[in-house]
Write a protein that binds this ligand. Sequence first.
Ligand code: ATP
Ligand code: MG
Length: 261
Amino acid sequence: MTAPLLELRGLTGGYAQTQIFQGVDLVIEHGATVGFFGPNGHGKTTLMKTISGVLEPWSGDVIFEGRRMNRAAARGSRRFRNFNYDAVTRRRMDPKDVARAGLIHVAQGNLLFPEMTVTEVLSIATLAAAGRSAPAGRTDVAALFPRLAERRHHKIRYLSGGERQMVSIAAGLLAEPKLLILDEPTLGLSPKLRLELCQSIRQIKDMGVPLIVIDQDLAFLSALIERLYLFDHGRIARVLAKDQIPGHDALMSMLFGEAIE
Ligand SMILES: Nc1ncnc2c1ncn2[C@@H]1O[C@H](COP(=O)(O)OP(=O)(O)OP(=O)(O)O)[C@@H](O)[C@H]1O
Ligand SMILES: [Mg+2]
């Protein structure tokens, strides 16, 4: 039996001494497209950063294609000593290893280099493929995002929020992902750009790229994904199959216990 694409076992993590999420168990099969939905500030981004090794997991395991990406769990007391152990030992999890394995995380908030041009950013992104070739093959970014082709010589700082988001996703695709995490890709976009981006994300799915998409737009998510994880207070509160996903109001009452007037 082949190992699942991604498996999380009892993953717990946070910032410094603040625990943000706990005991997250998750299995994502090859070819799956899943969504995450939940209230602001409950730890979705922190979880994704931990999956991609940007943040250190406190305990639990991140297993990608059968390979454990984190080293063995640290002793429980380690974090609370005065001695900064982390500064002198290798990280428990290295984001470079994770990216090289093909788990590519497009972070929330368009973290790009403002002084570089679109072409420059995208040419660096192809290096992240590290000789790997994704099941979906090399992406024709210009066909997927015609707007970027028009703006290829523009510096990132002169692009709109939606265009920057397109650059971030295009860069993620050029890294030949085996699994692509998109964290709130449509946040704060104008309706027109948002529609364009949603269509591009659907095309990415149709190209066969497995996706984890975090978004607040339930209609968009429901049309895209096969399974929705409701994330609440740092835990997966419920898992809903596509045909079990209710409307926005019903989902809110599922999360908060009662309908919001
Ligand atoms: N760098 C940081 N240091 C300390 N605490 C942080 C940091 N970044 C986020 N937090 C806190 O961690 C908690 C979870 O934040 P996170 O960004 O993971 O939530 P989220 O579910 O992604 O929210 P949103 O839907 O608004 O994107 C919040 O209470 C937030 O204030
Ligand atoms: Mg977030």
